[in-house]
Design a protein around this ligand. Structure first.
Ligand code: DC
Length: 219
């Protein structure tokens, strides 16, 4: 069984996917973490985004894996645990440009399809319902107003000790929405047969219940 979830930043995709993974035993794949890890490597190596040969070379020598440690999912970049380094304002601002590069998408989609082959999987991102697993048994599109999404992200960043303002976070989400929706490949859009849930005025439990209610039952 594959549950695919897409939607813009700050709609609660990760939180809901994690809950479903914990409570129903699905394997959770956070595809945004994969694009974030590649972004971290590009920034660390100082590679310019228009140097396609350098990007291709970087992709060839990059391995991304997931491991659950003490009930929390960790992402590894070339065997280094980068979980705590991929949610900074700098990565937030660069990742949508990095994820627009077709060569990077091709490699990530290939890896995501491999990861999705095993058992019950819940995968969330921007193009999971449209490109990666268009035939998933359940396809969900989570949405929410931009102000609410920015407030959620702002609180998350502040809790992690980042120095940001709500206005900067709102602006960053606005830019990211634009970039995510206008990519040449893998642009964020609502799949024709996806179930749309607006999470603006729903609690996490309410969103969880709404998604679980749609999981097809094996007769
Ligand atoms: O879900 P997130 O905010 O961690 O994702 C980070 C970025 O990665 C987001 O701006 C768009 C990109 N992304 C993508 O292009 N395709 C995906 N399947 C997942 C994320």
């Amino acid at each position: 069984m594959m549950i695919a979830i897409d939607g813009p930043a700050g709609t609660g995709k990760g939180t809901i996917a994690k809950l479903i993974s914990d409570r129903l035993g699905f394997m959770y794949i956070d595809t945004g973490a994969m694009y974030r890890s590649i972004t971290l490597k590009i920034l660390r190596e100082g590679i310019s985004l228009d140097k396609l040969d350098s990007i291709k070379d970087l992709l060839e020598r990059t391995v991304i894996t997931f491991k659950t440690i003490e009930n929390k999912q960790h992402v590894f970049l070339d065997e280094e645990d980068v979980t705590d380094f991929i949610r900074t304002p700098e990565i937030n601002d660069t990742v949508s440009l990095v994820s627009a590069i077709p060569e990077i998408r091709v490699k990530m989609v290939e890896l995501q399809r491999k990861l999705g082959e095993s058992g019950n999987v819940i995968m969330e991102g921007r193009d999971i319902t449209t490109v990666v697993f268009p035939h998933a048994e359940l396809k969900i599109y989570l949405d929410a107003s931009i102000e609410i999404r920015a407030m959620r992200r702002y609180k998350e960043l502040i809790e992690k000790g980042n120095v940001v303002t709500y206005e900067d976070t709102l602006e960053s989400i606005r830019k990211r929405d634009y970039n995510d929706m206008h990519k040449e490949m893998g642009a964020l859009k609502i799949a024709e047969d996806a179930i749309v849930i607006d999470t603006s005025n729903l609690s996490i439990e309410e969103v969880y219940e709404a998604v679980v209610a749609k999981i097809p039952k094996n007769e």
